[in-house]
Write a protein that binds this ligand. Structure first.
Ligand SMILES: N=c1c2ncn([C@@H]3O[C@H](COP(=O)(O)OP(=O)(O)OP(=O)(O)O)[C@@H](O)[C@H]3O)c2ncn1[C@@H]1O[C@H](COP(=O)(O)O)[C@@H](O)[C@H]1O
Length: 95
């Protein structure tokens, strides 16, 4: 897989899980608990990124950043916001 496309690929898989809600899908499990639950997971993972940065070292930091990005993508999907929307906003801000 092209590394530059991994965010879009995972986002597509997340959309599929939200539409189909298959058994055994973690995405389906947290989405079934509601947007508030997913939003709180984003908050929880953000705190874990901070703790990893301050006390736990690089490997743990990488793992927690990946967890945060995944949960953010789920929340974005529930908001109807795509990675392309975020890329556009970042592009607009670029100096
Ligand atoms: N990238 C991820 C990913 N990163 C982290 N996680 C899950 O996020 C959880 C991490 O949260 P926690 O540490 O709080 O663990 P937890 O205690 O199990 O979570 P809670 O009970 O608190 O909700 C773990 O259970 C991981 O399995 C992910 N789950 C799925 N993906 C991607 O999403 C796709 C769809 O996954 P499914 O929905 O499981 O099919 C997969 O193909 C992956 O690409």
């Amino acid at each position: 897989m092209n590394k530059n496309e991994i965010i879009s690929e995972i986002y597509s898989i997340i959309l599929d899980r939200i539409n189909r809600r298959p058994q055994g899908s973690y995405t389906a499990e947290i989405v079934n608990k509601g947007k508030g639950y997913v939003a709180r997971k984003v908050g929880e993972e953000s705190v874990e990124v901070i703790v990893a940065s301050l006390t736990e070292g690089k490997e743990r930091f990488i793992s927690e950043v990946a967890d945060l990005i995944y949960h953010l993508l789920v929340l974005m999907a529930l908001e109807g916001v795509t990675p392309e929307d975020i890329y556009k906003e970042l592009e607009r801000r670029r100096k």
